[in-house]
Design a protein around this ligand. Structure first.
Ligand SMILES: N=c1c2ncn([C@@H]3O[C@H](COP(=O)(O)OP(=O)(O)OP(=O)(O)O)[C@@H](O)[C@H]3O)c2ncn1[C@@H]1O[C@H](COP(=O)(O)O)[C@@H](O)[C@H]1O
Length: 103
């Protein structure tokens, strides 16, 4: 099990937990729209660090992005395993070839 798998399991387990003691539960209690908004905020913070070129800060912001992505997915009952399966399905297909096949 990777750290991402463990984090997704923890987030799933936080559904219905006490919002006083869990940030995840607090965020989930506010609904999928709030989870999506937080994901957007964290993504923008990561973009800012990517543009600045601060690798340590980008690393930290990327971790925030991954956590908030998983919370947003959990809020809409999308399993990490389904996202990983979609990535596996795409493995070996060049993005350029895939784009060309669309037209
Ligand atoms: N990876 C994370 C993680 N990354 C970021 N955060 C929290 O996400 C929050 C977002 O920070 P912000 O500065 O954006 O929050 P804010 O500005 O106060 O929020 P606003 O009210 O202003 O929108 C902070 O409280 C961070 O601590 C996380 N909280 C939890 N986890 C993981 O989730 C697990 C379960 O956490 P709890 O649900 O809190 O038990 C933890 O053990 C960790 O593994």
């Amino acid at each position: 099990m990777t750290a991402l798998d463990r984090l997704a399991a923890t987030i799933e387990a936080r559904k219905g937990a006490d919002p006083e003691t869990s940030w995840t539960a607090k965020l989930l209690a506010k609904g999928p729209e709030k989870a999506a908004e937080k994901f957007g905020e964290e993504a923008v913070e990561a973009i800012i660090e990517a543009v600045r070129g601060d690798r340590a800060r980008l690393t930290a912001e990327a971790a925030d992005v991954l956590y908030h992505l998983l919370v947003m997915l959990a809020a809409r009952d999308v399993a990490l395993t389904d996202v990983l399966a979609e990535l596996e399905r795409r493995e070996g297909t060049s993005g350029i070839a895939e784009k060309a096949a669309r037209n």
